[in-house]
Write a protein that binds this ligand. Sequence first.
Ligand code: GUN
Ligand code: ZN
Length: 433
Amino acid sequence: MSARLLLGRVLSFRDAPREAGERAVRYIERGAVWIADGRIVEVGEAADVLTRAPADAPRDDHSGKLLLPGFIDAHIHYPQTRVVGSYGAQLLDWLNKYTFVEEQKFADPAHAAAVAEFFLDELFRQGTTTAMVYCTVRPESAEAFFAASESRGARMIAGKVMMDRNAPSALTDTPQRGYDESKALIARWHGKGRLDYAITPRFAITSTPEQLEAAGALAKEFPGCFVQTHLSENDAEIALTRELYPQARDYLDVYDRYGLLGPKSVFGHCIHLSDAEVATMAAKRGVAAFCPTSNLFLGSGLFNEKRLQEAGVPVALATDIGGGTSYSLLQTAAEAYKVLQMNRQSWPALQAFYQLTLGNARALGLDDRIGALEPGREADIVALNSRATPAMAHRMEAVRGDLAEELFVLMTMGDDRAVAQTYVAGTPAKASA
Ligand code: GUN
Ligand code: ZN
């Protein structure tokens, strides 16, 4: 049995601090996490845990640093690592000018494999251990991503994009091909080890009604699979969707009418929803992925977290690389805070760190496996240094033992430099060779 002990300041959540208050937070100043065979065995005061753990288990001393569950990114595009920071366009032009050009390179399995390795290295470097990932239309791109994730032992959700119109011909499938290729990938990868499949019609504009029908048929056939797509991100996108789907009541109805809206469906952006759409999302438990750096970078709009939360829509936080500009979920949380400031909404740091861990795990229905430091959970853990840079250490001098204040500075000033170590299934993540 491969055991390991992590020593540090344990921080994990039992619930949302916004609703449950202090009871939601589990914090142990001199804590220890005992892990064995990829899972957490025990979490508690170091003095107690050390009496029970095997004496010869290696000890990783992160004293002074925070030990949290690995971060979860609910919406990200692995073929867009070389799209980040593309200048001067809003969504539809950005897709045509930059994204659809870059995604064509993933027809080459060697390119796809190399980028998948880079992408996973980068996620782990940033403390992210689970992500819900878009591949390209080519099944080879999904194959490469799943294979790389499997070899790292990481919990990942991904899917081949389905798109059969309004894109270069090299990036389109057909309703039948999209269905067949997705089904073959589901058979190969869904539920294999720590991997799950997401049926991935890119968005209404790039799928014909026939293709959304095929995606809906897959969702019905494979109810254990996730569904991911984009919804109500940009004004021009919404207008074109209305033209392409005149029968639909609204944008959300385009997906709903094909059976693509449910508790395992994650919708990127959800910025400009009508009251009726919000009510339907809540009733059917569809998940809204809040992608602040992307929404700011592409000038899409300001996400209204309070409105969705009060209506009962599950919300997850996400980077949306490469519309998004940072792989860091700390930086993403900082930008989320600023977006909510613009809406005169509050987002305390404890709520933010809950969202990055248990909150996102709950939104994805994975909270029985990840998102908390509890016995039996998978040992995906990040060690964070709140004093990682001179400016952070200097700022922390003014934080006198107040955890919420420390966390707020950590997310505001921190990024990959604050990530001391990431553990994936109990093993320190190392960069691929
Ligand atoms: N809508 C459809 N595809 C995309 C994409 O790749 N990124 C973003 N931000 N929005 C999209
Ligand atoms: Zn996206």
